[in-house]
Design a protein around this ligand. Sequence first.
Ligand SMILES: NC(=O)c1ccc[n+]([C@@H]2O[C@H](COP(=O)([O-])OP(=O)(O)OC[C@H]3O[C@@H](n4cnc5c(N)ncnc54)[C@H](O)[C@@H]3O)[C@@H](O)[C@H]2O)c1
Length: 356
Amino acid sequence: MLTVGIVGAGLRGRMFASALSGQPGVEVVGFAEPSPRAAEGARAATGLPVHPDHRALLDAADPDAVIVATPDFAHREPAVDVAAAGKHLLVEKPLATTLDDAHAIADAVRAGGGRCLVGFENRWNPHVVRALAAVESGALGRPVTASAVLSNTYHVPTRMLSWAARSSPAWFLMPHTVDLVTALTGQRPVSVTAAGSRGLLAARGVDTWDVVHALVVFDGGATASLSSAWVLPDAHEGIVDFRFSLIGTDGSVRADVGHQGLTVVTDALRSEWPLAGRIGPADVGAAPWMAQHFAHALLEGAELGPDVEHGLLVTRTICAIERSLDTRGPVRLDELEPDGAEHAGDPAASAAETRG
Ligand SMILES: NC(=O)c1ccc[n+]([C@@H]2O[C@H](COP(=O)([O-])OP(=O)(O)OC[C@H]3O[C@@H](n4cnc5c(N)ncnc54)[C@H](O)[C@@H]3O)[C@@H](O)[C@H]2O)c1
């Protein structure tokens, strides 16, 4: 039996509890959640105990594994304590929103000895799984250039996330697309040039970037362009617009992930995701499959990734994107940490590891 605790009983924490419920050999043993309202909601929805913080959860339930699903900027403290206690860790993307926080988590994972999966859920997204299989078959030849658009309607930063002003399209959305293009190209990002705009969300009381674009150059010569906006109109047929492509020397692959072919028309037109929610005995979709894979890989001793070193690379790439937004010029990833040699475990990671 694998016991799992969940830190953060918001949208994702409760989704993970549902994804793991009824999984053979897996028991969710409780949440940690400081907000009384979210705690009450989680108790009512799941009947599970809810502790006021992650330390109380660790003390009371002593779980084998912990999922950290706190806001983007609040992963460090629970993730470090969980990893240092030798527990297995699934930490939501982004691993962290500063390099200091990301290194603290990576150091704790390396020292604690537990296993760590960073929540790049698109590795379980059927479009991405099939695209990666096409790349890995060799049929597309050498990866030349990739592109990815991942945007949300205003709903996400203005109503869904209470902490959007402390995040951005770069921190909330680009971890997915940075992960995707490193996996598709099989190469490590070495430099980025970013541009963006702000003002529309600020006028609605959420002071962060409206739009972020980034050009990424990889160590093997491939390039990628990434675009994320948080200002799609709410009338957009779904809250997510997600498209990507890869061009290789011998072929290409492209996907429209945001539209999965199911449209519901009432007084509005909505694109629904057929691969979401419960079908048969279990929740389906990229994020539930990721959580189920995490639990079963731990039970069976199977491979688990994308790992914390990859999470660190993605955080470093987005730190470079943030700096480039400010400086308006290209930023090399190795400029961010001139003294990065002290973190020897990470920069030595090979390009192959970016495939997770
Ligand atoms: N919502 C999505 O579609 C989505 C998708 C992929 C990944 N994520 C990631 O999942 C994480 C959580 O996002 P969410 O949408 O569930 O946010 P949320 O605001 O719905 O939930 C976060 C919860 O964590 C709680 N919390 C804050 N600090 C805490 C702490 N120190 N200990 C315990 N709980 C704490 C908050 O009170 C809140 O209830 C983020 O990193 C986000 O980027 C979200």
